[in-house]
Design a protein. Structure first.
Ligand SMILES: Cc1ncc(COP(=O)(O)O)c(C=O)c1O
Length: 429
């Protein structure tokens, strides 16, 4: 090891010693190989690590079920009848919402559809939906099928904003000018808080304001943003948002997601919605009446009773976020990704192109990069990283995505990642 490499190891160690959030790492289950050797985990943008508290809470619910059976609906430690409400404070904290504006339920794509059932109300004059080119396939399918459901052809009514030729990420002025151009034909803007492929974070308030100026509804897919960046959905004036909880929210594979509905809509009776008994106001729900009286909050969009075992890890995880504070996590995240970008530029400059914007306002935890030499070399470098016990991911056609997560990644992790990447780049011709 040369002197420069030793200096970086020392720098990382000093940053870890000064990091007041470093003890949180102990509260997560760190994945290991079959032989017990630790893995270098950089895939929190895909599946967050298990909080030990989540494992405990699931066990507690299982114990309550075996001890109490049906009585647990009212007498469990956290009565199951109100189970989704135990997520409310934590979701408020992360989304910048009022208590009436958030609800934990379903999965992301299901929630997008439920939100669009209410907030995508096209007419012959105003039928269009705008999303980003290269959106996550499920979002693309969701909006296309909503258009078709209403009798509109996605080929002509789904509008996309693409990066300029030779660029990887989107310019806000291009998003705004597209919205302006579509004007009164635009019914809905559905935008990601953070783009899944490039890791670009957007100024959601600016996008919402542009949509409002032309009279369009605006919803956000916050799957890659929640728990990653502090959000202000109420102040940004979003009409709705939806997210999953298995990425930065660390609530486990397929965990229960959530929705935001702006306060100005929650008590509206004129909005059509796909209803079920759990959206009915709690006071009269068990009268089992045929008329639907929606709960006057985002929970009025719930359909089924909450899946307790799948919601328990979310509740446990949200408590950790409230204790640690998302603003402090973001502060560390910026320093962690800043350190990663600095090392990447110093040590792998010639072998890589960073795709994620480097400006702090335009990135979250995730850094996406492209290996110089083409997609097939990129894939081999990615495989070489896997051989060196690095867990990150590959997105076709040519991106390696890594996410140092402030809850459980250290500056030493970042240093080791870059060292292994530099070796992999040297090894792969
Ligand atoms: C941006 C985005 N949209 C949609 C989905 C699909 O989520 P789900 O399977 O929970 O519906 C994902 C999953 O990773 C995603 O990242």
């Amino acid at each position: 090891m040369n002197a420069a490499e030793q200096a970086i190891i020392q720098q990382a160690a000093a940053l870890d010693r000064a990091d007041t959030l470093a003890p949180w790492r102990q509260k997560f289950a760190l994945p290991r190989k079959a032989g017990g050797e630790p893995l270098l985990y950089f895939a929190g943008h895909s599946l967050g690590l298990a909080p030990l508290a989540a494992l405990d809470l699931v066990s507690e619910e299982l114990a309550d079920w075996s001890r109490l059976a049906v009585l647990g609906h009212h007498t469990a430690h956290r009565p199951w009848i109100d189970y989704h409400t135990f997520a409310t404070r934590g979701l408020q904290h992360l989304t910048g919402a009022k208590p009436c504006e958030v609800v934990a339920m379903n999965s992301l794509t299901v929630n997008l559809h439920l939100m669009m059932a209410s907030f995508y109300r096209p007419s012959a004059e105003r039928p269009k939906i705008l999303i980003e080119a290269g959106a996550f396939s499920s979002d693309h399918l969701a909006v296309s099928s909503q258009l078709a459901w209403h009798g509109f052809d996605p080929a002509t009514h789904l509008e996309l904003v693409a990066p300029r030729p030779g660029e990887d990420t989107l310019r806000h002025e291009d998003i705004e000018s597209t919205i302006e151009r579509l004007g009164s034909s635009l019914a809905l803007v559905l935008w990601p808080g953070v783009q899944f492929r490039t890791g670009q974070a957007f100024d959601c308030g600016r996008i919402a304001a542009a949509a409002k100026r032309v009279g369009a509804t605006v919803g956000f897919d916050m799957g890659h943003a929640i728990g990653n960046l502090p959000l202000a959905l109420h102040d940004w004036d979003a009409d709705f948002a939806a997210w999953c909880s298995y990425k930065y929210l660390n609530a486990g594979p397929g965990a229960v997601g959530g929705c935001f509905v702006h306060e100005r809509h929650v008590a509206r009776r004129d909005l059509p919605r796909l209803a079920g008994w759990w959206g009915h106001e709690p006071a009269t729900r068990f009268q089992m009446r045929a008329d639907f009286v929606p709960s006057r909050d985002a929970a009025g969009w719930a359909i089924s009773n909450p899946p307790v075992l799948a919601t328990a890890p979310l509740i446990a995880s949200l408590e950790l976020f409230r204790e640690a504070d998302i603003a402090k996590l973001r502060d560390k995240s910026l320093r962690l990704t800043g350190f990663l970008l600095e090392l990447l530029q110093r040590h792998t400059e010639r072998g890589l192109r960073i795709v994620t914007p480097t400006h702090a306002d335009e990135r979250g935890c995730q850094v996406s990069m492209r290996v110089v030499g083409g997609s097939s070399r990129g894939r081999r470098v990615f495989d070489a990283l896997g051989d060196k016990d690095v867990i990150c991911d590959w997105r076709e056609p040519d991106l390696i995505r890594v996410a140092p997560v402030p809850f459980y990644n250290s500056f030493a992790d970042v240093q080791q990642f870059v060292a292994r990447l530099a070796t992999s780049l040297r090894e792969v011709p």
